[in-house]
Design a protein around this ligand. Structure first.
Ligand code: GDP
Ligand code: MN
Length: 345
């Protein structure tokens, strides 16, 4: 069923041919995919920088459409400056009120106490950050502009792409039955997800039928699922299959999380929620590490660890600055889990 392992190179057939001319009409096979960015109007300058970078490194060849989402209407300036640097379809969407803001049934006193408790943690006292994490965890793939697409590539303001991406990651994932692609994995702050794992275990007790065979539990738990080791995929970069999020297992899971109120009583990030979802409800070979994609979101960057990837991509990053084998990275654990042995150049 699975034709590739979680750490192989993307095969040549997914690369654009040497004589490829981006200005000609695209008659090559394409995926049902979109680029997506959630942003505030105040993120405009940084949004433009990110879009320009990924258009230059990837999307001017592939011309996948873009969707921008915001809980406030985008300004004319935002739309004009973004559209100016994208030579394909762009849509700007408004997030429905109830998909974004804290619901009335949340006990605000308890939520305020939770924010107070997390004052010392990054975004610990922010309500808007919680709105964002909850939206990214369980709602973005149901937005009306996203519904017609299967695949998405999440891009954030002011991220960097250090290498040419001359291959189509969506088609590669589609052909190989992947559901989730990542470039950076690390440990989460425990205090932001104090009860997330208990809640997850309660869900699994009630719905054991959703646990996938051959899942990647061994990556996020060192004792067979008793404790969560805090490893997660960094979700500011994601290439993934929204039909996986829309399917019964993940839907039931995030409905259960939502009912517990943990998005507001604690500060559950969309990164651990997506990661746990991918780990529990997919086969481990459906989760893919894209070594080829040099990526940076401050303060961390992934620079291709294989010399071949770094050279092929004409990467500008310094491989010795890569986060891959930093002490705070979980890539070593991922390697061990999938049976990959890294040989330094
Ligand atoms: P960090 O990466 O965890 O430091 O968080 P960011 O501030 O980068 O936010 C993550 C993503 O959500 C980015 O794409 C932001 O532009 C977006 N975002 C964060 N807060 C808001 C918000 O209140 N409204 C909107 N529309 N987007 C937000
Ligand atoms: Mn960010």
């Amino acid at each position: 069923k699975f034709t590739s392992n979680p750490h192989e190179y993307v095969p040549d057939k997914y690369y654009i041919p040497p004589n490829f001319n981006a200005s000609k009409p695209l008659n090559v096979r394409r995926a049902n995919a979109t680029m997506v960015m959630l942003a505030r109007n105040s993120d405009l300058d940084n949004a433009v920088r990110s879009v320009r970078r990924i258009q230059d490194r990837f999307n001017s060849n592939f011309r996948y459409p873009w969707v921008f989402l915001n809980e406030e209407p985008f300004t004319d300036e935002f739309k004009q400056r973004i559209s100016n640097i994208i030579d394909g379809e762009v849509q700007f969407g408004l997030i429905p009120h109830d998909d974004w803001f804290q619901p009335d049934w949340i006990d605000e006193e308890k939520a305020a106490a939770g924010r107070k408790k997390l004052e010392h943690v990054i975004y610990g006292s922010s309500v808007s950050y919680r709105n964002m994490c909850r939206f990214n965890s369980r709602t973005f793939y149901r937005h009306e502009l996203m519904q017609k697409y299967k695949w998405y590539w999440r891009v954030e303001p002011d991220v960097h792409f250090h290498c040419d991406i001359d291959f189509d990651p969506f088609l590669y994932m589609e052909d190989n039955n992947k559901v989730y692609g990542f470039t950076i994995t690390m440990y989460e702050y425990r205090s932001t997800i104090e009860t997330l794992w208990e809640t997850t275990k309660d869900f699994l007790k009630q719905h054991p039928e959703h646990l996938a065979e051959g899942n990647a539990m061994g990556f996020i738990s060192d004792d067979g699922g008793e404790e969560y080791n805090l490893c997660h995929f960094w979700s500011n970069f994601e290439i993934a299959d929204m039909d996986f999020w829309r399917a019964p297992a993940y839907t039931a899971y995030v409905d259960y999380l939502e009912a517990s109120g943990g998005f507001y009583y604690e500060r559950w990030g969309d990164a651990p929620v997506h990661s746990i979802g991918a780990v529990l409800f997919a086969h481990k070979d459906q989760i893919h590490f894209f070594d080829e994609i040099g990526y940076e979101h401050a303060p961390y960057q992934h620079c291709p660890r294989e010399k071949k990837s770094w050279e092929n991509g004409r990467c500008g990053c310094n491989p010795s600055r890569s986060f891959d084998y930093d002490g705070y990275s979980c890539l070593k654990k991922w390697d061990a889990f999938v049976g990959y042995q890294h040989k330094p150049w």
